[in-house]
Ligand binder design. Structure first.
Ligand SMILES: [Zn+2]
Length: 190
């Protein structure tokens, strides 16, 4: 049975609480929690999952990047990268900011527009406690920031560019279709 992912309805306290630094990375319970989180993330086709989302108050998140696609839009094998981050801290962020559409396994069925720095440097430890410094940009940087926000009790809905830039998946499909149609019309008028 995969580990349960909590939502604001089922466990708001876990999502909004404080999370403890991991000191003993060798603890077998920590190691098996990490494996369970990776399985739960993959099971739900997610790109990230933070410990508070499975009701564990720990500075821990797992991330699997979107990967790279070839000219036929096929995922290039092996281009997705798995990260386990513990005790992370954003130590630098670019002045350049970009908007993007985010979802969250704790808010299933919804999407929202969030503006974030385009690039960040993250200081963290991996699953074995080894110290890392990661420079990330684009979608990778967005996913890392989203997960690190979780470790500070923040959800992406706290950071929407505006309240009406939040959609159910069905509403978003409609919105996107309209947007594409109007873009096509604009093109046809050129
Ligand atoms: Zn999330």
């Amino acid at each position: 049975m995969p580990i349960e992912i909590v939502t604001p309805e089922t466990n708001e306290a876990a999502l909004r609480g404080e999370n403890q630094a991991i000191k003993n990375h060798k603890d077998p319970q920590i190691q098996s929690l990490i494996d369970e989180m990776i399985a739960a993330m993959r099971e739900r086709d997610g790109v990230g999952l933070a410990a508070p989302q499975v009701a564990k108050d720990l500075q821990l998140a797992v991330i699997e990047t979107l990967g790279e696609f070839d000219e036929d839009d096929e995922l290039i094998e092996g281009s997705r990268k798995l990260y386990v981050i513990t005790n992370p801290q954003v130590i630098w962020q670019s002045r350049k900011r970009v908007v993007g559409i985010e979802g969250c396994l704790s808010l299933p069925g919804y999407l929202g527009e969030v503006e974030r720095p385009y690039a960040v440097t993250v200081k963290c430890q991996d699953r074995f406690g080894r110290r890392k410094r990661l420079r990330l940009k684009g979608w990778d940087a967005r996913i890392f920031q989203h997960e690190i926000d979780h470790l500070n009790g923040i959800l992406y809905t706290d950071k929407l560019t505006s309240e009406d830039r939040f959609w159910s998946e069905e509403e978003y499909e409609e919105y996107r279709k309209q947007f594409e149609e109007s873009a096509e019309m604009a093109e046809a008028q050129d």
